[in-house]
Design a protein around this ligand. Sequence first.
Ligand SMILES: [Zn+2]
Length: 252
Amino acid sequence: MFASFYPLRWLTQAVAGDAIEVASLTPKGAEPHDSELEIAQVSALGQADLLVTLGGFQAPVDQAVEASPPAAVLDVGPIVGIENEDPHFWLDPTRLARAAEPIAEALTKADPAGQAGYAERAVAVAAQLEELDQELAAGLAPFEDSYLVTTHAAFNYFGERYKLNQLAVAGIDPEAEPTPARLAQVKQQLEGLPVKTIFFEEFASPKTAEALAADLGLGTGRLDPAETDNGGDYPTIMRENLAVLEEGLVRP
Ligand SMILES: [Zn+2]
């Protein structure tokens, strides 16, 4: 069993249970936007029963599926509702939860004997994500309509869910640096807004955030876009993000 990158591996593993090992096609510690596949991974994929993936997000994964197709592929894109070619759906836990049952069905096709366990764990993990969603909603309610200034534009679905206006300095790719013109534009925008923090993410260079924050007399805060496997646990990462946001957002 394979999943293409961290949040899908986390979810697939939760549904599959401890008896099955779900491997990720994105190495530990690497961010998925520009990860490459090793030849050994491509051939292992061809032997696999199932790949859970987000089609169109990681070109090397899509190419590997064509070159070396596993027995079954579940593309969660249509299930979770991808908007504007933005891959970061998992930052809205309710969108991630939508994939739990289809993953249980796909696992059941590969291994009919496990059906009851897959179905049961899919319900349990969806409930866990629902609870997380309620915590996030309650924690962020006082900040409704406030501005979430980030470097990497990962928080659109999150902002949509919890009613925060994401203002991203750079684009969807965490390694893309903003142009000087873009920085000047952001500076001008920020001067008139009630914000006290520029949030940056792992893998996005903190330099941009730090320089901008210093220029404007603002603080910085570190968010984890939960897209890289650092050995953590998705709900824990999101709860840590909530604490950072409660500290750094400004009540409107
Ligand atoms: Zn990202």
